[in-house]
Design a protein around this ligand. Structure first.
Ligand code: BG6
Length: 490
């Protein structure tokens, strides 16, 4: 079914985000009939283009970024007719009226997608308010980087919230649009097996890994100023952590779910700066091999500053001071140029208190629930089983119960994160978007770590790791100190 009709205005129409993610996602939504026939898409930028030229740019973006899919000409005709282009310098508020002239229907709800850097938000929002496009039901979509620390995040928020209320602001964290992340809510709250075993009396610890094969991809200037902690942990990993750790919401409304997530962020234990190196590991990659191909080190990337000490890898032990999670550490790990692109959440359950099989197995392994986020979304459960046989001594073996969603749901449509999120903005549902209180909570905690790293900089250790590995050996050592180890990739 087509969703509500709207005017979708994309600021930064010719930028990377628009061409790489938004245009392909909109095309796919068109294909499955989820865009209302009256919806118009207005690209805004400083290029001296007309609509015809813009449509050509859209076509080439689709050809480049939807490689696996050929473009259907009938569909393209319908899709391309939705577009208009408006040349606008956002520094001139009085020129925003040009947007009004380009919109065919002014009675429709307007979604303003700011695919632009945050320093432009103030001018854009001011311009939109000057022509009334910030009124009641209209929405504004913004996305990371929403600051580099708490202070800058506050400034960005103040600039947007001068003109739009919290219920109109949709902050994207694209991990919240991933199928497997959404499925976490169902797994946790629709299955009593999980529901009743999700606390510190049954769980030993939890690991969250987001490993990337990609390096800096021409983004050195941006990435070097922030590093993996602010780029990945502050956003994607903490979002996953809150969904894994939150208490059951009383309903599935945006307010209820986001309130529970905020409680987790507020309960993150602040680190003791003097123990920062016991609970965190920072790393930076040097040249190595990925999939058998040589790749350069971080300092050899294009535009690199040879003295950079920015981290491309972080692992960290997180404690949540709540009744549910007291004594259950969460270990987070993320890095660029690791062995494989692979993300997972692993729940390690406690071992049985008494080992009745000590003659067969001196140390019973933890049962593990492995939630694979990407690629090959699915769930594995590791249990210990008797090996069949008549011998008078049983043999025990850890076995895996695997669920692969692409096999079980092979006939279902699996959407990309941006398709899902654009649709939710059109529907006006905020559950999958980050509330400002979450932004505050995550930056407060991340700032405390970054500050501790800076304060301890005389011995702020930057460990190197070879590209194509699982990160610095110190990350393995951090787990060993707690008598644990990272879940092995099979
Ligand atoms: C982005 C980060 O938000 O997420 C990138 O800025 C990172 O550095 C990317 O590579 C990872 O997203 P995904 O969906 O490819 O796992």
């Amino acid at each position: 079914p087509a969703e509500h009709a709207c005017n979708l205005i994309i600021f930064g129409a010719k930028g990377d985000l628009a061409r790489r993610k938004l245009i392909p996602a909109l095309y796919k939504l068109e294909k499955i009939g989820f865009i209302h026939p009256d919806t118009c898409i207005l690209g805004v930028g400083r290029a001296e283009w007309d609509t015809l030229k813009y449509v050509k740019v859209i076509r080439s973006a689709l050809e480049i970024f939807m490689r696996e899919e050929s473009i259907d000409e009938n569909l393209w005709n319908r899709f391309s007719r939705r577009f208009e282009f408006c040349n606008l310098d956002i520094n001139h508020t009085e020129r925003f009226v040009l947007l009004i002239n380009k919109l065919k229907r002014l009675d429709l709800l307007t979604i303003n997608y700011l695919a632009m850097p945050p320093h432009t938000f103030d001018n854009i929002c001011k311009g939109l308010s000057s022509i009334g496009l910030n009124k009641e039901l209209n929405r504004v979509v913004i996305e990371k980087p929403l600051g580099i620390d708490l202070d800058s995040a506050r400034v960005i928020n103040a600039n947007v919230s001068k003109y739009f209320s919290e219920t109109q602001i949709y902050r994207i964290d694209h991990y919240l649009g991933k199928e497997a992340v959404l499925n976490l809510l169902v797994l946790r709250f629709a299955n009593s097996l999980c529901f009743s075993n999700w606390n510190n009396s049954t769980i030993d610890h939890i690991q969250i890994t987001v490993a990337e094969e990609v390096g800096i991809e021409g983004r050195w200037g941006y990435f070097d100023k922030i590093g993996q902690m602010r780029d990945m942990i502050q956003s994607h990993l903490l979002q996953i952590l809150t969904i894994v750790a939150m208490s059951p919401p009383s309903c599935l409304s945006s307010d209820c779910i986001r309130d529970e997530k905020v409680k987790i962020l507020r309960a993150l234990r602040m680190v003791d700066p003097y123990r920062i190196h016991e609970i965190t590991v920072r790393g930076q990659y040097v040249a190595g091999f990925i999939g058998g191909k040589p790749v350069p080190g971080y300092l050899e990337e294009k535009g690199a500053n040879q003295n950079s000490t920015t981290e491309t890898f972080v692992s960290i032990r997180v404690n949540i001071d709540s009744w549910r999670w007291f004594g259950v550490p969460f270990y987070l790990r993320t890095g660029k140029r690791l062995f494989k692109q692979y993300s997972e959440i692993v729940i390690y359950f406690k071992k049985p208190v008494l080992n009745l099989f000590s003659d067969l197995c001196s140390c019973l392994p933890n049962n593990k629930l492995i939630i694979r986020l990407q690629p090959n979304e699915g769930i594995d459960m590791q249990i210990l089983s008797k090996v069949p046989g008549l011998g008078n001594k049983n043999r025990l073996k850890p076995v895996n119960m695997n669920l692969y969603f692409n096999k079980i749901f092979s006939k279902e449509y699996v959407s990309d994160a941006y398709e899902r999120l654009l649709l939710e903005v059109m529907r006006g549902i905020q559950v999958l978007f980050v509330h400002y209180d979450e932004v505050e909570g995550s930056w407060k905690w991340v700032d405390s770590i970054v500050k501790a790293w800076e304060e301890q900089s005389s011995n702020s250790i930057l460990n190197v790791y070879q590209a194509g590995t699982w990160g610095p050996s110190e990350s393995t050592a951090m787990m060993l100190k707690d008598n644990r180890s990272w879940n092995e990739y099979i």
